[in-house]
Design a protein around this ligand. Sequence first.
Ligand SMILES: *Cc1c(COP(=O)(O)O)cnc(C)c1O
Length: 456
Amino acid sequence: MTDIPYKIYLEENEMPTSWYNLRADMKNKPAPLLNPGTGKPMTAEELGAVFCDELVAQELDETTPYIEIPEEIRKFYKMYRPSPLVRAYCLEEKLKTPAKIYYKFEGNNTSGSHKLNSAIAQAYYAKKQGLKGVTTETGAGQWGTALSMACAYLGLDCRVYMVKVSYEQKPFRREVMRTYGASVTPSPSMNTEVGRKILAEFPGTTGSLGCAISEAVEDATSHEGYRYVLGSVLNQVLLHQTVIGLETKIAMEKYGIKPDIIIGCAGGGSNLGGLISPFMGEKLRGEADYRIIAVEPASCPSFTRGVFAYDFCDTGMICPLAKMYTIGSSYIPAPNHAGGLRFHGMSPILSQLYHDGLMEAISVNQTDVFAAAEYFARCEGILPAPESSHAIKAAIDEALRCKETGEEKTILFGLTGTGYFDMVAYEKFHDGNMTNYIPTDDELAASIAKLPKTAE
Ligand SMILES: *Cc1c(COP(=O)(O)O)cnc(C)c1O
């Protein structure tokens, strides 16, 4: 064995003090968000009706390379960061691969995922603006939990619209959020006009993420002192998540390590974007080269089978249009889809990079994802979130390829969180009741045909 420790931590004084804004180094900038009514780029003023002012500024800033992390956020980060960069010695040994595998583990906080990195930033700017509170939606629950933790810390009101089916299936998630003082409403609800309308039309509906977004936005815009916040996709969220990649890079440089391959799961793209940003920056500036792989579920394949076009971010079609890889906002993953990452689109930043050939994408089947999750849990000890396990699956496959060729590549992947609240999905897998659903070309074409018509 080498002298690389199992876990590489950073000293407090080595931690990043700024987020890195990758857009500053992108020649082809991501396309602007468009107002769905006028088809014109969203102005700061328009965005300010929904989002906090400082976050709007970050959303629109494509020139400032480094944006200082406010002292208060750095203090909060210190409670659960740096997150460990782990050398997966046990996994390497079990795979008998010459590859060196590292993972950055973001599951060491109560929310169980990387989402807290952006939640605390968004709550901080809301507080700084003198707001009373924020609203949001949550599907699986990690984002809602992260946001309630951040709001509790700062003394902000937090209103979470939780997709009804998750609300009923994941009562423990709900109670964690309530422990942190959030109010959690199953969506669709009678609280909002859009919720009442949907309930009248579909009385038995168990809800959807798109519907919960519409309710959260309406709640924020109809109450004085509230704004809406979102846990992925947006440029600002990727910016906050760069703390993952910056810490990783500092930790690796301490030991003279350079990754050859960087892998991350991709739902809306925030963890992957955060992990790769500093490395991609070097690649864009011609200082280094890396192979970067996004991993998505075969049942929701926006990169690998979608189109690069303007689309709505929500099923309710009230949010701004984003130019991204999308399989259409009306696409709803099959009910047997248990592995998360169910957003129909992808971060505009990552979409542009992928379009420009700067990164690759693959899709994987959910039974293979859970098999990889179990394999990983049994040798590395950590019970991974199904989302994270997409990256595990791809990292194992790359390591096995190295075994065939004898190449000693260094593989880095993002382990975004833990899977304690996903035991129903694990149970399905163990009982042999998990199936794979791969949409047909016709299904995708039907949903892509409903994309909004824009000038482009
Ligand atoms: C939300 C989440 C993801 C996917 O979101 P991205 O924005 O694509 O990072 C991945 N892993 C975990 C554990 C999550 O909670």
